[in-house]
Structure formats: C-alpha cells, structure tokens
Design a protein around this ligand. Structure first.
Ligand code: DC
Length: 222
C-alpha cells in the first residue's frame, strides 16, 4: 500500500488539502485528529476533567468503541454507535482533543486502528506524529505548516462558516495553546520527521497549497 503521512500544526489546512489530494490520487483520506476529537467529546460529556484525571479517561476507554465509516469523500466518526462527526469541531473539543492526546494510553489505544487502516488502503493520513511514529515507513512524508497568524485567519473563517461565533484573538490563543502542548508533550510530539518535506503555505492560497502537496506526492510515487 502507498501511505502518505501529512503532519503539521493545527490550522495549517491539513484536512482540506489531504482530502483534495486523496481525491486526486484515488486514495483514502484518514483524519486522525477526528479520532482524538471523538474521544475528547466523550470525556467532556462524561464530565471528566481530562488534565486532572487521566485515570478516568483510561477507565472510559475500557467501555468505548470508535469506528470510522465513509459517506462519499467524508469520514464519519461513529462513537459508541452514534455519528458524532458534526459535534467534534467546536473550540471546546479542539482544546480537549489536544489535552487528551497527551495521555500515552490514549495514543496507544488509537495506534492499532491507525496502522490497520494504513495497511488496508492507499491513504493520506493526517495528524501530528504520523511520519515520526504511526507510519515511520510511509513512502511520502510531508510537514505542512504556515505562520500562526495565517492559520488563525483561516480557522476563524472556517468556524464562522459553521456559525460558530469566536474572535480572531480567541482562535489565535487556542491555536498557540495547542501548538505549544502538541509539540512539547513527552509522547509522540508534533515534530517534522527527518525525511519529511516541508510545505509552507503561509503565502499560498488553497489551490496553490493543494497543487504543492500533489506535486510532492507525484514526484515520489509516479
Ligand atoms: O488535527 P486536529 O486539529 O483535528 O487535531 C486535534 C488534536 O488532536 C490536536 O491538537 C492534537 C491531537 N492529535 C494528535 O496528538 N496526534 C494526531 N495524530 C492527530 C491529532
């Protein structure tokens, strides 16, 4: 199978670009952030204080099921039998996903599912540690990045489109919180793999960013 690992900080456009590139190559797009988000959603709805009580998160996982199903291009997250896809993109869940991703047990719990999917499909998998830890043998590794300000502006537009009312400053602060936590945690931090190619999209529009990523993939696999 051909595996493309696409890592980078939040708001770099990974999911939009990965979805478009997957379509161009006929690959399956796998959004690993959505897995962490789904578990975070459950922890929040169970009233668990994720940072203070990781043991409660571990306990929660012993009676949690998480599946991925597909609807056209979309990846649906099925948590304990219910479709939670529409509930996992709020700023509250974003922060909780970054918090829950620090817990080593959570990462191990998801690792099997991530690797099983990569073994089954030609895929583009996006996340933070795909090239360094989940799929160290991926044929293509890309580290997608952009300045914090450019990422916050794009994320703000996305949230506004979904009717979520937040300010630029709130989005920027949340993004910096996640950048810091995701890249300094002990287990599998956000980090460019030594053999990853950097794609900086600060000055690029969406189509240019998609073209850049597709060109990198094409050069390796064609
Ligand atoms: O890509 P995203 O914004 O949907 O991810 C949400 C959070 O999940 C992110 O802040 C860190 C965590 N995450 C991770 O630690 N490892 C991954 N492979 C994907 C996401």
């Amino acid at each position: 199978m051909i595996n493309v690992a696409l890592d980078g900080p939040s708001g770099a456009g990974k999911s939009t670009i990965a979805r478009a590139a997957a379509k161009a190559f006929g690959f399956t797009y796998i959004d690993t952030g959505a897995m962490f988000r789904s578990l975070a959603l459950k922890a929040l709805s169970c009233g668990i204080d994720i940072k203070a009580d990781p043991d409660a998160v571990e306990q929660m996982l012993s009676h949690t099921s998480l599946d991925i199903s597909r609807s056209g291009d979309a990846q649906l997250m099925i948590l304990d039998g219910s479709d939670v896809t529409g509930l996992i993109r709020t700023p509250e869940v974003s922060k909780a996903a970054s918090d829950i991703a620090v817990i080593p047990f959570v990462r191990t719990w998801l690792l099997d599912a991530e690797r099983t999917m990569a073994a089954r499909y030609n895929c583009i998998m996006d996340g933070r540690d795909i090239g360094t830890s989940v799929l160290p043998n991926a044929q293509v590794k890309i580290f997608l990045t952009a300045s914090a300000e450019a990422r916050a502006t794009r994320r703000l537009a996305e949230l506004k489109e979904k009717g979520i009312d937040v300010s630029y400053d709130e989005v920027l602060a949340e993004m910096k919180y996640r950048d810091e936590q995701d890249s300094t945690r002990e287990v599998s931090p956000l980090k460019k793999a030594d053999d990853a190619i950097i794609a900086d999209t600060t000055e690029l529009n969406l189509q240019q960013s998609i073209d850049l990523v597709c060109d990198i993939i094409r050069k390796v696999i064609c």
